[in-house]
Design a protein around this ligand. Sequence first.
Ligand code: T3D
Length: 258
Amino acid sequence: MIRYETADAVATVTLDRPEAMNSLTAETKQELLAALRRTAEDRAVRAVLLTGSGRAFCAGQDLREHAANLEAGRGLADTVRAHYNPIVELITTMAKPVVAAVNGVAAGAGASLAFACDLRVASEKAKFALAFAGIGLAPDTGASWTLQRLVGPGRAAELMLLGEPLDAARALELGLVTRVVPPGEVLKSAQELAVRLAQGPTLAYAATKRALAYAATHSLPDALALEAELQDECVATRDHLDATRAFLAKEVPVFNAE
Ligand code: T3D
């Protein structure tokens, strides 16, 4: 249900249930969590690409499995705490950039997964649907936290309450995606971006992710204090020394995540 491939220091994690629009069963979520843990732990992986096979990125919770659970009185299988929360925590706190290649529709928790990534490249055919309210649910998988940071609280409320799908052009306009490309180019374009990030200053990227997440919920004095701490760590890296020397020598810097 999940494909895992590595090349050029990029791990590509592909949701692979195209017949069900890559919707998420309990088993898929367990496999996704395991794949993401592997990307986080593997020091040879310096950027991650998350995508879906077929015409969808991910249609969120598998509603067939969900309905069966509800009918059997297993509705509160605690999948949010057991699966969705650790998945989104892992993506957002991973010490390396995560890029979503949004190849098609991203709905419900599938949209949330894309929002949790650091950057999103979307196909012209991609759509984002905050489908939660449509089936009487509130947002999960971090969408209440991520979406308003991407588009502002007013737009986030509108998207979540009305649940109307957003096409790729509008998503770009709102700043929800980094770039929109023709359908046949989305994976290639996102891969190029991921490879570029994998060749970048991995330790500084990790610090950048930490600083951004922290600043989102802390005061300016607190954010300044963490920035200073993280900058001390970055200044002490070999990559910083080498890149500074490269700048003065008018050379292209090479980062080794050291
Ligand atoms: O405790 C908990 O578990 C709560 C957690 C909740 C997290 C969530 O993610 S809630 C939100 C769940 N997702 C949705 O509500 C989205 C449902 N799907 C749709 O709204 C639409 O299918 C799409 C907008 C994604 C795509 O529309 P469209 O017109 O392109 O395709 P379609 O014809 O609706 O769907 C194609 C097939 O995929 C169809 O199957 P069929 O009839 O060809 O056999 C459809 O049933 C299936 N499919 C689509 N989404 C899901 C799904 N099957 C299972 N689960 C889905 N989420």
